[in-house]
Design a protein. Structure first.
Length: 290
C-alpha cells in the first residue's frame, strides 16, 4: 500500500525535473542550430565569392583565347603581315622583322592567356600547367624564277626602241620575284596559323579544368555538430511522444506498469541531459584554454 503513495508523492517532482531537462535540451538544440546556420552562411558566402571569381577568370581566359585565335587566322595574318614580311625577306631582313613584329605580338597574346591561368591556379590552389609555347616556323624559302634573256632580235630591236624589250623583261622578272617572296610568306604564315591553332587548342583543353572553384567541404566540427543536433532533436521528439508530459500531476489512477515506463523514460533522458551538460562544459573549457 505504500508504493502508490510513494509514486503519488514523487511523480510531481519527476515531472518538474523532466520538464527542466526538456527545456535545457531545447535551448542547447537551438544554440547548436544557430552555430550551424552561421557556419553555413559563411561557407555559402565563400562559395558565392569563389563562383563569381571563377566566372570572371573564365570570361577573361575565353576572351584572351578568342583574341589569339582571331589573330592566328590565316586571313588576318596575311592581311597584317604578308606584304611587310615579303619585303623583309626580299631585303634579307626577315629575322629582324620576325622578332620585332610577329614574335613580339605572339608573346603578348600568350602572356594575356597565361596570366588568367596563373590567376586561376593562385585563386583555386591548383598546380600550374606547362606554359603555352607556340613556335614559329623555319625561315621561309623563296623559289626565285629564272631570268629570261633577250634574244638576238630583241637586242637588235632595243637599239632602235630605247630598250623596250629589256624593260619589259625586267618588269616581268621583278613581278615574278616579288610573287615568289609573297608565296614564300604565304606558306610560312599558313603553316604558322595551322600549327599555332592546334597548339592553342590543346593548351585550352588542358587548362580549362584548372579554372574551376573547388567547393569546400563542411568542416569536421560542423559535421559533429549536425550529428549532435540530430541526437538532441531525436531525444526531444522521443520525450514529446512518450506521453510523459501528457500526465497531469493530480491524476494518479494509472497502473503500475505505466508508472514504471514513466520512470524509465525519465531516467533515460536525465542521463542524456547529464552527458550533454558535461560535453557542453568540456567545450567551453577547451575554448577557454585556447
Amino acid at each position: 500500500m505504500q508504493k502508490p503513495e510513494t509514486y503519488r508523492t514523487r511523480l510531481p517532482r519527476v515531472i518538474s525535473i523532466a520538464t527542466q531537462v526538456q527545456q535545457t535540451l531545447q535551448v542547447k538544440a537551438q544554440s547548436i542550430a544557430t552555430e550551424i546556420k552561421v557556419a553555413e552562411d559563411q561557407r555559402n558566402a565563400e562559395i558565392e565569392r569563389g563562383k563569381q571569381q571563377e566566372k570572371l577568370i573564365k570570361q577573361g581566359f575565353k576572351n584572351s583565347v578568342t583574341a589569339l585565335q582571331n589573330w592566328l587566322s590565316l586571313s588576318v595574318l596575311l592581311k597584317s603581315y604578308q606584304y611587310e614580311a615579303a619585303q623583309a625577306l626580299q631585303d634579307s631582313k626577315f629575322n629582324s622583322w620576325e622578332k620585332s613584329y610577329l614574335n613580339s605580338n605572339l608573346v603578348s597574346y600568350q602572356r594575356a592567356i597565361e596570366q588568367w591561368v596563373k590567376q586561376a591556379c593562385d585563386e583555386f590552389s591548383k598546380s600550374p600547367p606547362s606554359r603555352l609555347s607556340i613556335s614559329l616556323p623555319n625561315y621561309p624559302s623563296a623559289h626565285l624564277p629564272s631570268r629570261k634573256e633577250r634574244n638576238i632580235g630583241q637586242r637588235f630591236s632595243d637599239l632602235f626602241t630605247g630598250g623596250s624589250h629589256k624593260r619589259r623583261l625586267d618588269s616581268e622578272y621583278g613581278t615574278q620575284v616579288w610573287q615568289a617572296y609573297k608565296n614564300a610568306i604565304y606558306n610560312y604564315l599558313a603553316k604558322f596559323s595551322q600549327e599555332a591553332l592546334y597548339t592553342l587548342d590543346r593548351y585550352e583543353n588542358r587548362v580549362k579544368p584548372l579554372i574551376s572553384f573547388p567547393i569546400p567541404p563542411e568542416s569536421p566540427e560542423i559535421l559533429d555538430k549536425r550529428n549532435y543536433l540530430k541526437t538532441l532533436n531525436d531525444s526531444l521528439e522521443s520525450l514529446e511522444n512518450s506521453q510523459f508530459f501528457k500526465i497531469e500531476s493530480h491524476r494518479y489512477k494509472f497502473r503500475y506498469l505505466r508508472q514504471l515506463v514513466v520512470f524509465l523514460i525519465f531516467l533515460k533522458y536525465l542521463g542524456m541531459f547529464i552527458v550533454f551538460s558535461k560535453k557542453h562544459w568540456f567545450e567551453k573549457y577547451t575554448k577557454k584554454c585556447r
